[in-house]
Write a protein that binds this ligand. Structure first.
Ligand SMILES: *Cc1c(COP(=O)(O)O)cnc(C)c1O
Length: 384
């Protein structure tokens, strides 16, 4: 079955019944007999979708987890109350005092903060490596346990060669954990490319409407048992209302991403020709760092891209004058966004060939003509 069709059938209820798995609110699940109670406890050890206790999710969350697991090509999927909680929950099961973790330098900033504060306090040492690394020989140590990657890079979108990196990491007996929020199971599937664990902030494209916080960790192979155990022991769970909203967002994931990609590429190309713009970073633009790898490994681009304005151009003034692009963190909702940022801050291997103020844009689902007219008007007001 084509994946577009599957989006419409995830969590389908027995008929006659509702199209969507209803919001099931529950902590205690009641039984009539001791045998039934004991049977459920036993069954949930081998089946994540057994209704046993609210913390293990009800049918609403089970339907969402099964959908994300399928999107990501996982054996199992566990849900978390935010993307950052999912990142933490994907790393912690595999690390303890005395262990060493390798992290790609272009990682999402909150992941870096978690590694440099919480993990180091627990006795884990953390080192960073450049995004284009495919041989970890210069970075791995005898106590290295895992590698954390993100492709394309946070805010600057350099594309990693995940198949090559994973082959090298596995030869060294290291687990590879990927942050796949950019691809969100639709554009990119790290588990298919050799990664052991794939994290998605469902807050972004899965929810898709800027109204849900959610994180998911999909897993397959030898990492599965440890991840399942750690998730349960740390009490990670999501509410049924959030699960419902996220599954509702997933119905239109494919359609939305088609438009996000179309609008993002059109804006990126239009901006690249402007005299006020020094460079545009977008994995679908010719000459992009790792762009040929993205073509090989991915199924498309999302609505994100970043613009480096020429030295001296008032980029913040330009953003302030936009009316269809609101200023804000996060992305992946239906709306267009702009966020000034300094992506190289805190990186150990910063790209020093770029200068000028950077603005990260998210192309929403508006009509492209209106988005371009909005930018045109803001440029006109700057020079006129
Ligand atoms: C947003 C984001 C997260 C964190 O998700 P939250 O739901 O905001 O906690 C993690 N990784 C990446 C790449 C993100 O963009």
């Amino acid at each position: 079955m084509k994946r577009e069709t599957k989006l419409m059938h995830y969590g389908r209820m027995p008929t006659p019944g509702p199209a969507n798995p209803p919001v099931m609110r529950a902590s205690t699940i009641l039984h009539d007999t001791v045998a039934s109670y004991k049977g459920t406890k036993l069954a949930r050890e081998s089946d994540d979708a057994v209704l046993s206790y609210g913390r293990r999710g009800t049918t609403t969350a089970h339907a969402l987890a099964a959908a994300i697991s399928d999107l990501e090509g996982g054996e199992a999927c566990f849900l978390f109350p935010s993307g950052v909680a999912a990142v933490a929950g994907a790393l912690a099961p595999f690390l303890g005092a005395g262990d060493h973790l390798l992290v790609v330098d272009t990682i999402f900033p909150a992941t870096r903060t978690y590694c440099d504060t919480v993990l180091t306090r627990l006795g884990v040492t953390v080192d960073y490596f450049p995004w284009d690394t495919t041989d970890l020989g210069a970075y791995a140590k005898p106590n290295t346990k895992a590698v954390m990657v993100e492709s394309p890079a946070s805010q600057t979108y350099e594309v990693m060669d995940l198949p090559a990196l994973c082959a090298d990491a596995h030869a060294r007996d290291l687990l590879v954990i990927a942050d796949n929020t950019y691809g969100s199971g639709w554009l990119y599937r790290p588990l298919d490319l050799g990664c052991d664990v794939s994290v998605v902030a469902g807050t972004k494209y899965l929810g898709g409407h800027a109204d849900v916080m959610m994180g998911a960790v999909a897993v397959k192979g030898r990492a599965t048992a440890a991840l399942r155990k750690h998730t349960h022991m740390t009490g990670q769970t999501i509410g049924p209302d959030d699960a419902y909203n996220c599954l509702r967002g997933i119905r239109t994931l494919g359609l939305r991403l088609e438009r996000h990609e179309e609008n993002g590429l059109a804006l990126a190309k239009w901006l690249a020709d402007r005299p006020e713009v020094a460079s545009v970073v977008h994995p679908g633009l010719p000459g992009h760092a790792g762009g040929e790898i993205w073509k090989r490994d991915a199924m498309g681009c999302n609505g994100l891209f970043s613009v480096f304005f020429t030295e001296g151009f008032d980029a913040e003034g330009f953003v302030d004058r936009l009316s269809l692009f609101a200023i804000g963190s996060s992305w992946g909702g239906y709306e267009s966004l702009a966020m000034p940022s300094n992506p190289e801050a805190g990186r150990q291997f910063p790209n020093t060939t770029r200068s000028g103020q950077m603005v990260r844009f998210h192309a929403g689902l508006e009509h492209i003509d209106d988005l371009i007219a909005d930018m045109q008007a803001s440029f006109d007001a700057a020079t006129g």
